[in-house]
Design a protein around this ligand. Structure first.
Ligand SMILES: [Zn+2]
Length: 456
């Protein structure tokens, strides 16, 4: 028995080695791709690139992970691969600046644990290529989050550090003023400037301004914005008006803008409250962060009618929002369209706007030379329903879905296999170089079997 077990193991090990050496051989073969101007062209799509003021049918060419050209017509013969995306919208890869993805620690009832989600399962399938974790970790556990999730995800995961050193681990931690250090938080932010794009304060239930004050200290030292979830216990001692007109700096971010939990709405006019109006004048950014209990139509509809639209669309993705009213980034965008926003507005609010808010303006655009993160979206017509935190429904006639997502120049999601060849077609001459434009390579082309009528 033992002997045969070892034999089998040795055999499967040998198989693995064979696979590995095959892979090594094909890596070697990869070097031979013909040197064309582009790896991939998306042809005939309607490009919406807010930063560059493009809103028309254009071709987009990609080379070596970067946007190489955007023009009315780019010849297919200049690229290894061309995909016709006529009738679809081509936008920069979407950026969701409020998610919770510090999953996998095993901690119950904690956003540094079970309440968080693994990013890749919830991003590419809705055109999102960059997410910002909103404060699940603080300076004490950020490096664990980094090695556990950020370094291992295909999605670009950036982070806001929680002003609480232990992060978003529940009331006991989040109400502990002793663990709110602007100094220590700034130090960790400055150690990882490529990843840490801001500071988060959330859920504090006491009357003091400590978390906000310390977050602003950290944000000022590290020269990054502060995002505020102002909590749902709203003591008179720290009014929203003071937060938005005195405490926060221009460029800081107010999330959960349509929650109604913190006096965002004027009780008389039903439009935005005075603090919201003054805050926007000062340069505070307003973000949706719809989450599990942070979005109501009774606020959003009159406020949007009044012109108070979001600066950015984010989900506040976590286990409590993924299957409820929020669902995902494109569902929130479609919901905002049902409240009256245009397609162009929602695309800007998921691309160039959030990039600006987190001071990462190299993202969220299709400028030549930019990283080739691209979403190919379908705008469906039909009858759709969108819900809010009190399970109210708004009916709509448009819905965005994602067909193709490209990250760093390679296709990472392809809903209907638009890029794939038909299974029984003869191989395309360039298929051997598919690794240049898709993450699904290598895909050895198996010749169709001769028809065998004797098979059952
Ligand atoms: Zn959140």
């Amino acid at each position: 028995m033992i002997q045969s077990f070892y034999k089998r193991s040795a055999k499967s090990l040998a198989c693995c080695c064979a696979v590995l050496s095959l892979a090594a051989a094909s890596v070697h073969a990869y070097a031979q791709a013909p040197n064309l101007a582009y790896d991939l062209i998306l042809q005939n799509g309607h490009v919406i690139d807010d930063k560059n003021h493009v809103d028309t049918v254009m071709d987009v060419a990609i080379k070596d992970g970067k946007i190489a050209k955007v023009a009315p017509h780019i010849a297919s013969s200049d690229a290894l691969k061309t995909i016709d995306v006529k009738g679809l919208y081509v936008t920069p890869g979407l950026i969701d600046i409020h998610v919770h993805v510090y999953a996998g620690t095993g901690e119950r009832n904690s956003y540094a644990g079970d309440n968080s989600l693994p990013p890749d399962g919830f991003t590419f399938r809705v055109g999102v290529t960059t997410v910002v974790d909103a404060g699940c970790s603080g300076w004490r556990n950020f490096e664990d989050f980094k090695q556990r999730i950020i370094d291992r995800s295909k999605t670009r995961v950036l982070a806001l550090l929680n002003i609480v050193g232990s992060g978003m681990r529940g009331d006991k931690y989040e109400n502990n003023q002793q663990d709110m250090s602007g100094e220590e938080t700034a130090k960790m932010a400055l150690k990882y400037p490529d990843i840490v794009v801001g500071i988060k304060t959330a859920h504090y239930a006491g009357p003091e301004w400590t978390p906000v004050d310390q977050a602003v200290i950290a944000g000022t030292k590290a020269n990054i914005p502060v995002m505020v979830d102002f909590g749902s216990n709203f003591p008179q001692s720290r009014p929203l008006y003071d937060l938005l007109t005195k405490k926060l700096r221009p460029g800081d971010i107010y999330t959960h803008m349509y929650s109604g939990l913190r006096n965002e709405q004027d009780p008389e006019t039903k439009g935005p409250s005075k603090g919201m109006i003054e805050g926007r004048k000062r340069g505070i950014w307003f973000d949706t962060g719809t989450g599990g209990g942070s979005f109501k139509f009774s606020l959003a509809i009159p406020m949007i009618k009044d012109g108070f639209i979001p600066d950015s669309i984010s989900t506040d993705l976590h286990i409590g929002s993924m299957n409820s009213a929020t669902k995902d980034e494109l569902n929130v965008a479609s919901k905002m369209m049902a409240t009256g926003l245009t397609l162009q507005q929602v695309v800007a609010e998921m691309t160039s706007h959030p990039a600006r808010e987190i001071k990462r303006e190299e993202l969220g655009n299709l400028s030549v030379g930019s990283v080739a993160d691209v979403a190919v979206l379908r705008l469906e017509d039909g009858h759709f329903g969108f819900t809010d935190m009190v399970n109210g429904r708004l009916d709509g006639t448009k819905k965005l879905t994602d067909e193709i997502t490209i990250k760093d120049g390679k296709i990472v999601y392809d809903l209907n296999g638009m890029e794939a060849s038909k299974w029984d077609a003869a191989p395309e001459p360039n298929d051997a170089y598919a690794y240049k434009w898709t993450s699904f390579a290598p895909r050895p082309h198996v010749k169709p079997e001769p028809s065998d009528n004797n098979r059952h």
